[in-house]
Design a binder for this molecule. Structure first.
Ligand code: SF4
Length: 169
């Protein structure tokens, strides 16, 4: 199986803000400390598998999650503060190792709504998210939860209204 429909959409809010969302790659997240530890543990294990993504994916049972609630394939790839990315997310024209392991065609309400925005609105949304992170009003856990629950869109719409940023969107 190759890439799923999500890759063919106009915008990809899972990654486009620069803060990767894992709202649908987790169940009942515990707390930020445990999530960070879980991502660290996955990252360490990933390095032991070198480029053997299939071996990495299969190191635990199919339905297991980290005790923090995150997916066992969520790792940091570049710098230590990176939000976490899916280690087995397919590159172009490669097999999608996620099939049978996660809901590859799932799109949350936030994802669906953003597809109808124009570029200006998307760019303001990215700015809004960056500001919240820089002001410590969001962390990777609350960001992911708010994307998944769609509460972030309500906050953004309010912010647009307060800041008179509605022209041209
Ligand atoms: S919760 Fe939504 S935005 Fe976040 S990774 Fe899932 S589909 Fe993407």
């Amino acid at each position: 199986m190759k890439l799923n429909v999500i890759n063919k959409k106009k915008y990809n809010p899972c990654i486009m803000t620069g803060y990767n969302c894992f709202g649908c790659c987790s169940v009942n997240l515990t707390n930020i400390k445990e999530v960070e530890c879980g991502i660290d543990k996955n990252t360490k294990e990933y390095s032991e598998f070198k480029n053997n993504n299939k071996g990495f994916r299969d190191r635990y049972g199919k339905d297991e999650l980290d005790k923090s609630g995150i997916c066992l394939n969520l790792i940091r790839k570049n710098d230590i503060n990176e939000n976490g990315v899916c280690a087995i997310y397919p590159k172009d024209n490669t097999d999608d190792l996620r099939f049978g392991y996660c809901s590859t065609t799932f799109e949350c309400v936030t994802f669906i709504k953003i597809q109808n925005w124009n570029e200006k609105k998307v760019s303001l949304f990215n700015f809004f998210i960056k500001e919240l992170f820089e002001q410590n009003k969001l962390n990777k856990l609350s960001f992911s939860n708010e994307m998944y629950n769609n509460t972030i869109i309500d906050k953004f719409e309010l912010w647009l209204k307060i800041n008179n940023e509605r022209d041209g969107i």
